[in-house]
Design a protein around this ligand. Sequence first.
Ligand code: ADP
Ligand code: MG
Length: 155
Amino acid sequence: MTSALRTESEGQTAAAARRLAERLPPSAVVLLTGDLGAGKTAFVRGLAAGLGIDPDEVSSPTFTLIQEYVGARVLRHVDLYRLQGAEIDDLGLDELTQDGSVVAIEWAERLRAAPPGAIQVTIVDLGGDVRELRIEQGAQRAADSGSRGPLAATG
Ligand code: ADP
Ligand code: MG
């Protein structure tokens, strides 16, 4: 199931993410794709809010590869922007959801395969403050991922 909407401010993007987060099951994986400045981190702030976490805790993971935010629920935030194949495999992303945490991954196109059931969010900058958000729910793409697990790198 795919839904698409346009937002005209960072706040509207965060609100859309917040609505999504409020119905995310335990161990949900949200894969974020979009150019630099599209609004991926803004979306993660909204996810945090919807999970009962202070959105001000969310920043772009720079030195810490995986950030963990704790509120009513736990959100783990990964940014693959600076990482390549083996470095991504070494993060152990498959383990991040095992305690029921929600995981949000920026630059998810760097993964070799989407985990089954992951929610794919694509953000396109349409100019100015206008963004198109395409949210694909739980595409049950069979993870043809060999022995390295579905959250392994593309190359
Ligand atoms: P990314 O993580 O994709 O690189 P960020 O979320 O860090 O992007 O930054 C998005 C930037 O775009 C912010 O400066 C934000 O204020 C701005 N912006 C303008 N309009 C929107 C919108 N509709 N949705 C999200 N961000 C927007
Ligand atoms: Mg970002």
